[in-house]
Design a protein around this ligand. Structure first.
Ligand SMILES: [Zn+2]
Length: 403
């Protein structure tokens, strides 16, 4: 929300050049004139474009966006507990309005932003309860990221279940078992895509989710498997992500079924969190987010802060493994299934999670053949098996990576 300010154009650089030209040869005078403006110029080299934050159950992320590469210094001050970030050679826009941003999420009370002294902007984080922080930078645009994290996570029994009896089971006192969260899309008042013969996406994906839960419980009995809903109820998108955060899931798998105006469109595609690279990606994201494509830009801005993190890469790997395993498994049993590939798009439900997260469009309810198969329990079982094989491959890969 920061406003761009033409700091550069306000600096007396053109004047310097003119002065140098006119007084060429009068070295002493030239140096005295040239050096002073040069110092002033270097003080405010870059402008703070924006300061923003977003919170998940586990992390508060503060983002300072600058119009170029700057250094930064971090310090901590007691009573009241606060972190400050000093940005040398920067200025706030002259009409910068937000001196303070209220947060109040339990870790961070507020963010204060001020021109601390000439040429140094200071961002102060008024802290509440938190244990750890890390500061790092991202590029294009240049951003300084401050993540505040709890060491101690709220136990999963703290809140009642919105849709799964698994919430009621008490967490073991020591290490929680590894957890997979499956998210059947839509539900309740939101049917999702509707096929020509009245097949509802919300119904099919719930059936596939339950089948997948059974497969994982059988094959990986040491895993907890939690559904974001286990009946035909509406659960808001952000709440679905919060369930995965609260349960500290290793992976988050959102299940959907596709629809197209072209009735012959069919096959499987898997999505992970990224920018909407093209029109089709934007359309799919807008449909699954229940918003118009024009509303995606705010999401995309938040995504800038997330995009280069390891989580996105891990999600892309999970998406690739799941997509390939699912297509292979089904093609062996049902003949060639169109592989529509893996793509990135800004899905709300994926944006608010911090673990590797994907969204699988298992078939097209709008296609007569896909729709017919989707109704059969046998096909749903095959879908669950295929997805499971991809997820298992990813968990093995992640385990190797961690060693
Ligand atoms: Zn959907």
């Amino acid at each position: 929300m920061g406003v761009k300010t033409p700091v550069h154009s306000a600096m007396p650089r053109p004047t310097i050049r003119r002065v140098v030209g006119v007084w060429l040869g009068l070295w002493g005078l030239c140096i005295s004139i040239c050096l002073f403006p040069a110092v002033v110029y270097s003080i405010t080299k870059h402008t703070i474009e924006d300061v923003r934050f977003h919170s998940t159950d586990a992390t508060t992320r503060v983002v300072i966006e600058v119009d170029g590469t700057v250094s930064h210094a971090v310090g901590r001050l007691p009573q009241p507990d606060r972190l400050y970030i000093d940005l040398p050679k920067t200025a706030l826009a002259s009409d910068w309005a937000r001196k303070q941003v209220e947060v109040g999420d339990g870790r961070l009370r507020a963010i204060r932003i001020a021109q601390y002294r000439n040429g140094v902007v200071r961002v102060v984080l008024d802290l509440q309860n938190w244990q750890e922080y890390r500061v790092f930078t991202l590029r294009q645009p240049y951003r300084i990221i401050i993540d505040l994290q709890d060491n101690h996570h709220t136990p999963s029994t703290a809140r009642p279940s919105p849709g799964s009896s698994d919430f009621a089971s008490p967490s073991p006192p020591s290490a929680a078992p590894p957890t997979i969260v499956i998210d059947p899309g839509h539900g309740g008042k939101d049917p999702g895509a509707i096929g020509p013969r009245g097949l509802h996406e919300k119904t099919v994906v719930l059936q596939v989710a339950k089948a997948l839960q059974q497969v994982i419980r059988k094959e990986l009995p040491h895993y907890r498997v939690i559904l974001t809903r286990d009946q035909d109820v509406y659960v808001p998108l952000v709440e679905r992500a919060h369930i995965a955060e609260r349960e500290r899931a290793q992976v988050f798998i959102s299940l959907h079924a596709n629809a197209s105006r072209k009735r012959d469109a069919r096959g499987i595609e898997t999505w992970y969190l990224s920018f909407a690279a093209n029109e089709r990606a934007q359309e799919t994201a807008a449909r699954e987010n229940n918003m118009s494509t024009s509303q995606l830009s705010d999401l995309e801005r938040i995504l800038l802060d997330l995009q280069e993190t390891d989580r996105i890469n891990q999600s892309a790997i999970l998406a690739g493994m799941t997509q390939n395993a699912l297509v292979d498994h089904l093609s062996e049993r049902y003949g060639a299934i169109p592989n529509r590939g893996v793509e990135g798009a800004p899905f709300v439900v994926l944006l608010h999670t911090s673990m590797p997260s994907i969204l699988v469009e298992v078939a097209f309810v709008s296609n007569p053949l896909d729709g017919k198969r989707l109704r059969s329990g046998q096909y749903q079982q095959a879908l669950a098996q295929g997805i499971f094989q991809g997820v298992r491959q990813f968990l093995q890969h992640a385990m190797v990576k961690a060693e």
